[in-house]
Ligand binder design. Structure first.
Ligand code: ROI
Length: 165
């Protein structure tokens, strides 16, 4: 049995009752084989980074997993597909987006998976919920400090809408 590793998963939705999509996805994450539930951030709303898209709901969940990274990625993509995600265009509107943000102390640069997540530093809707789930002074696997990333990425435009669980 592998040693469990803590993973952080970013959840996002901007279609078909986004907050409900996140709640449903959390139910699926809690039931994932090989994973133990750790917790979830509050629910956040913000405008899309792309013009012309409706507002997003976002959150970050933490799990301890013994699954290998690509097995977890497959499981997350199955949850996205179950919730009706259609991969029509890159960056397109979506019923559900599940991104592996951090995977233990690993730094991965593979065609299907880069962790820490490539756009983490530019996404307040990931950084601020993540900060709810880690202790102060948290350092990412690539050596960056979460505090420094938060400082460089203002909270501006984010709306915390209460608890998801
Ligand atoms: N904007 C917000 N606010 N939240 C997201 O999850 C999100 N996801 C995306 C793009 C289109 C970049 N914008 C987003 O993929």
């Amino acid at each position: 049995m592998n040693r469990p590793e803590r993973v952080f998963i970013g959840l996002g939705s901007n279609l078909t009752e986004p907050a409900e999509q996140l709640r449903q996805a959390l139910g699926s994450l809690r039931r994932l084989p090989g994973c133990a539930w750790v917790g979830v951030s509050g629910l956040y709303a913000s405008d899309s980074l792309l013009p012309g898209q409706s507002r997003y709901s976002n959150a970050v969940a933490a799990l301890d997993t013994t699954l290998p990274p690509l097995t977890l990625l497959d499981a997350l993509q199955a949850i996205e597909n179950d919730q009706g995600r259609v991969r029509a265009e890159r960056w397109g509107a979506r019923t559900l987006d599940l991104d592996i943000i951090l995977f233990g102390d690993r730094v991965l640069d593979e065609p299907r998976l880069r962790v820490p997540h490539y756009h983490l530093h530019a996404r307040p809707f990931v950084l601020y919920p993540l900060a709810e789930l880690v202790s102060e002074g948290f350092i990412l696997a690539d050596g960056r400090s979460l505090q420094a990333l938060l400082h460089a990425c203002p909270f501006e435009g984010l709306e915390r809408q209460g608890e998801l669980a």
